[in-house]
Design a protein around this ligand. Structure first.
Ligand code: ADP
Ligand code: MG
Length: 247
């Protein structure tokens, strides 16, 4: 049987209340499906609504209207507790600033989310060691995050995301705090996770060069998807798609 899409957004709109009254609409009828094993970049200029979209996809926030199905489950109307369970079960997050606990060593950082899932200690340790090995940091488990380079910190964050056996990795500007050499290393690693382990990846970026590591680009402009397709030969195609909105 064909698997359902990992993600299916249908006409998602999102508005935020304004302090002065009224509201600001940030997403307009955003619709797309993402299938198992895809590596997709969500690209667009700053303020276009990428993070808002990712927060909804990651069940960190809810849409104002529209339907969001994760693995065929409608999560639009779920409670905060139910959403937390969904996040734990399905999604691994990677953020620009790594979000590591600075006073805990690397192994603890990777293990922590497993504790919230009620996984026994011995299993937590073995799983976390396995993930640190996967990202090439098996000799650093007693180090503190402050003792590592930015690229290494991001690899710890990736190990932490992978430890929960997510169906989906969501990465918001994952190379935004890294120099280009370390950034490329992280991107190649994402590519490998996607190709070798078949993990579905959605990566947010405002840079075409970074988005080009993905197999598909969703270009967002002013809260609308203006391009959805394979990585074009150059960025011009994406910028041109914005015109459909600017007119
Ligand atoms: P991007 O990630 O593409 O830079 P965002 O999704 O962060 O864009 O923001 C899109 C727009 O939504 C911006 O105008 C931003 O100010 C607004 N916005 C984002 N989050 C909130 C919020 N929690 N409350 C009010 N406005 C927000
Ligand atoms: Mg953002």
């Amino acid at each position: 049987m064909k698997q359902p899409p990992v993600i299916s957004l249908k006409k998602i709109c999102k508005s935020f209340p304004l302090e002065v009254g009224g509201e600001q609409q940030v997403l307009f009828d955003v619709s797309f499906d993402i299938n198992p094993g895809e590596f997709v970049a969500i690209m667009g200029p700053s303020g276009s609504g990428k993070s808002t979209c990712m927060n909804i996809v990651g069940a960190l926030d809810t849409a104002s209207s529209g339907i969001y199905e994760l693995y065929g489950k409608d999560i639009t109307t779920m409670s905060a507790d139910e959403l937390a369970t969904i996040r734990n079960e399905y999604i691994g997050f990677v953020f620009q600033n790594f979000n590591l606990l600075s006073k805990r060593n690397i192994l603890d950082n990777v293990m922590l989310p497993l504790m919230y899932r009620g996984i026994p200690m011995s299993e937590r340790i073995s799983k976390s060691r396995e993930m640190l090995k996967l990202v090439g940091l098996e000799n650093f488990e007693t180090y503190l995050p402050t003792q590592l380079s930015g690229g290494m910190k991001q690899r710890v964050a990736i190990a932490r995301a992978l430890a929960g056996d997510p169906k989906l990795i969501l990465a918001d500007e994952p190379t935004g705090a890294l120099d280009s050499k370390m950034g490329n290393e992280i991107l190649r690693f994402f590519k490998k996770l996607n190709k070798d382990l078949g993990i579905t990846i959605i990566m947010i970026t405002h840079e075409f060069e970074i988005a080009s590591y993905a197999d598909r680009i969703l270009h967002v402009y002013d809260g609308r998807i203006t391009y959805d397709g394979p990585v074009p030969k150059n960025e011009h195609v994406l910028l041109k798609s914005e015109k459909s909105r600017k007119k």
